[in-house]
Structures are given as structure tokens and as C-alpha cells.
Design a protein around this ligand. Structure first.
Ligand code: HPA
Length: 273
């Protein structure tokens, strides 16, 4: 319901009058610590924001943090919704459209993902160059809200090449290794079978996960520019003999979190003022 995004944006504006964020940042599983870096931070629990999720997955805190970082006004979402939670696409639409209504122009998406490339192993960071939607659905299914965007939004350059270049510059400047690749979203919550991992690899994906693509689609629909980074927490099932579990995802994400935080801070500093 669009109404939830409007009410949530109004609730945020009542807490931080006159504050207009430019960059929205969604922090994936185990990556919420980035929000601790924000200066003059104001945190708002999702419970205070109509239509925001009560995150059910361990590793997602469920609050919005507004403030400044790297010379930019930012709003961080510590906690997202996944379609596998079964509550439909409304939650994703509310999160992303609230950021749009607050004034954001840019959306930074992060996630924990499995790699389909042995040369990009656990702990690596991968800039998302494009996506494949294998969720079996699309968050824009249903009546179109013309106030936000067109019925048939284009998805060429869904992942903004210029912003990705800025991310690459930030990586070089900070000495952070950054791979680049195509992210494929599957519905989950079951992890992939080895055959499914071989399939998505054949289709041209470099990483696989259960999030991010719905947010990108809703964001492009309403004209936000999108840039993203996957934190590789494991190789895809069957590509090695390691095991995949949520605990292992959180653990590996924690190990890479410092580099992701440096990368994102560098990105914010490198953006045009
Ligand atoms: N598959 C799906 N989602 C994931 C994975 C994976 O291997 N790793 C972290 N999130």
C-alpha cells in the first residue's frame, strides 16, 4: 500500500524535520554494523514506521538510521524484507518508496551471496553489474501506482554504470579488492541444489542470493539510481565441499564487513557533492 510509504515518510520527517537524505543504503545479513559509522545519527525502529517489516531473520536489526557520512546525507535500512517471508511485495515497496519520498536519489543495495566463481571466494566483495530475476514473481505485479512510475519500467542499466564506476574508484582508492558480476535472485528460503547452482551459472550469473532484486526493480520504477555490492559468504552449493548455512553466512559477512564499510564510505566521499 502506497499509503504506508507516505505515512512512514511523514513519520520520519516528524523525527528529523528538514533533513533530506540523498543516499539510501540497504544493509544485508550481518552487515548492519555500517550504520554505527553514521554521524549525528537518528535511529527509528521499524515498529514506528507503518508497513515496515518486523524482520524475522536473525542478522537484520529492523531500524532506520539517518545522518551524515562521507559528506553525504544518508538513510540506512538495517533490515530488509525477503519475498520468502511470504508477506508479499508490499513490504519491499514500502521500504523503497519511503526512501524515495524522503528525497533519496541513489539507492545502495548490499547483500550476502553465494559465489558461482571459484576465483571470487568467501570474503570477496562483488559490485553488481546486472541481475537475473528467478524469483518467479515481480514486486510490481498488481495495479500500477502511476504516482511512482510507469506500468512497464525499463531495466536496461538497472545497475547504474556511472555509480558503479564511482564504486570502483572508491575500491581502488581504499585498496579494497572488488570483483564485478551478475547477481541472480532465487526465492529461497531453501538454499540451492547443486543442479540449480549449475543452472544459474550456465545462465550467466556470478552470484546467487535471495534478496536485492525486488528492491532494485521497485527503485528503478520510481527513478532511483541503483548501485550494489554483494558480500560473498560462500561458494555456491556443490562448487566446493563447504557447507552453506545462515550461521555461516553471518560469520563470513562479519569477516568482510570492515572492507564493505570502507568501500561504502569511500563511495559516499567520491560522489559529486
Ligand atoms: N545461496 C543463496 N543465498 C545465499 C547464499 C547462497 O549460496 N549465500 C548467502 N546467501
Amino acid at each position: 500500500m502506497t499509503e504506508n510509504a507516505r505515512r512512514s515518510a511523514a513519520a520520519v520527517q516528524a523525527r528529523v524535520p528538514g533533513f533530506v537524505p540523498r543516499v539510501g543504503i540497504v544493509l544485508g545479513s550481518g552487515l548492519g554494523g555500517f550504520a554505527e559509522r553514521i554521524e549525528d545519527a537518528v535511529a527509528i525502529p521499524y515498529g514506528d514506521l507503518p508497513g515496515f517489516p518486523r524482520p524475522s531473520v536473525h542478522g537484520h536489526a529492523g531500524r532506520m538510521v539517518l545522518g551524515s557520512l562521507g559528506g553525504q546525507r544518508v538513510v540506512c535500512l538495517q533490515g530488509r524484507v525477503h519475498l520468502y517471508e511470504g508477506t508479499g511485495p508490499e513490504g519491499v515497496k514500502t521500504l523503497v518508496r519511503t526512501l524515495k519520498l524522503l528525497g533519496c536519489e541513489i539507492l545502495v543495495l548490499t547483500n550476502a551471496a553465494g559465489s558461482l566463481r571459484r576465483d571470487v571466494g568467501p570474503g570477496s566483495l562483488m559490485a553488481i553489474s546486472d541481475h537475473i530475476n528467478l524469483l518467479g514473481t515481480n514486486p510490481l505485479v498488481g495495479p500500477n501506482d502511476d504516482d511512482f512510475g510507469p506500468r512497464f519500467p525499463p531495466m536496461a542499466d538497472a545497475w547504474d554504470p556511472a555509480l558503479r564506476a564511482v564504486l570502483g574508484q572508491a575500491a581502488a582508492r581504499r585498496g579494497v579488492a572488488l570483483a564485478e558480476g551478475v547477481y541472480c535472485a532465487l526465492l529461497g528460503p531453501a538454499f540451492e541444489t547443486p543442479a540449480e547452482v549449475r543452472m544459474v551459472k550456465l545462465l550467466g550469473a556470478d552470484a546467487v542470493g535471495m534478496s536485492t532484486v525486488p528492491e532494485c526493480i521497485v527503485a528503478r520504477h520510481c527513478g532511483l539510481r541503483v548501485v550494489g555490492c554483494a558480500v560473498i559468504t560462500n561458494l555456491g552449493v556443490g562448487l566446493d565441499d563447504g557447507e552453506v548455512s545462515h550461521a555461516q553466512t553471518l560469520n563470513a559477512a562479519a569477516g568482510a564487513a570492515g572492507r564493505l564499510e570502507a568501500l561504502l564510505t569511500g563511495f559516499l566521499e567520491a560522489l559529486d557533492p
